[in-house]
Design a protein around this ligand. Structure first.
Ligand code: PAF
Length: 283
């Protein structure tokens, strides 16, 4: 696996690969890689001749300075696991390389960004769009891989690709969970053992709620999950919304949309976790 830090080095290598007719796939990450990331890399390796993984903790998408400082970083370990997963190239730029000057671009994704994470993390998706568009420009991948855990991000990135008329195909990959059910996240490693046990309740309530779908209305499911999480003193709910999986707007009845997803954000101690569950799938 090659490891490069600059866009120039990256371009030279990718130009050579493309001239041989190789397809290029990209997995954008912020590092501290876990099995969820590796599942994206493995899929990328399977579907492309040349797989790039980027590791960059993007400052512009953090609305909370503390969160940025605390965000786990372990580049050597990341390189090791990527090599094992068959990744062809690790792109590890620094901030100067990605933001030689302040990025003042403002994106607008309409109603998609006016709910959930968009409300609780002001500016977050603008930062995500800034870095993802820069990475797409630098790598020019045919396909790029994103996890369904960040469900709203996935839809925003698809919208951005449409708005910027980019050619990349966005591939969404299933959530990978720990044995306890807790959705894999780099932030999980900031949790104590006790917090991890409590954090597993988030997915427990989501999965339990799935079993009531045929008997209860969305509002009742919402109440069940919200009450369950609120009953646990170590957890603090930001939101749980049952939404149309295409527009991200709340639904009242199951018949309101062909695709329905329950999206949740919860603090466990000072660590913010998100998860979701598909109640109804259009596919
Ligand atoms: O999902 C993430 O890890 C980040 O938001 C991404 C897509 C790598 C952009 O920094």
């Amino acid at each position: 696996m090659q490891v490069v830090k600059t866009k120039n080095q990256l371009r030279t290598i990718l130009d050579a690969e493309r001239s041989k007719g190789c397809s290029v796939g990209l997995v954008p990450t912020m590092g501290a890689l876990h099995r969820g990331h590796i599942s994206l890399v493995e899929r990328c390796v399977q579907e492309n001749d040349f797989s790039v993984c980027s590791v960059f903790v993007n400052p512009t998408q953090f609305n909370d300075k503390d969160d940025l400082i605390k965000y786990p970083r372990r580049p050597e370990k990341d390189a090791e696991v990527l090599q094992k997963a068959g990744c062809s190239l690790l792109f590890m730029p620094d901030e100067q390389e990605m933001y030689p000057e302040k990025d003042t671009r403002l994106f607008y994704f309409g109603p998609l960004e006016e709910v959930m994470e968009g409300v609780y993390r002001k500016g977050h998706f603008n930062g995500v769009a800034q870095i993802v568009s820069k990475l797409f420009e630098a790598v020019q991948p045919g396909k790029a891989y994103f996890g369904q855990k960040d469900f709203q991000q996935l839809l925003i990135v698809r919208k951005m690709v449409e708005q910027l008329n980019m050619k990349v195909q966005i591939v969404s990959c299933p959530i990978v969970r720990e044995e306890s059910g807790l959705a894999m996240s780099s932030r999980n490693e900031l949790l104590t053992a006790e917090q991890k046990r409590k954090a597993a309740l988030i997915s427990k309530y989501l999965f339990e709620s799935l079993t009531f779908v045929s008997k209860k209305r969305p509002a009742e499911i919402k109440e069940f999950v919200v009450n369950g999480v609120n009953a646990e003193p170590m957890l603090r709910l930001d939101y749980f919304e049952i939404v149309n999986g295409t527009t991200l707007q709340s639904i009242q009845e199951w018949t309101d949309s062909a695709c329905v997803v329950g999206c949740i954000a919860v603090y466990c101690g000072s660590v913010r976790l998100i998860d979701n569950i598909v109640y109804k799938n259009a596919d």
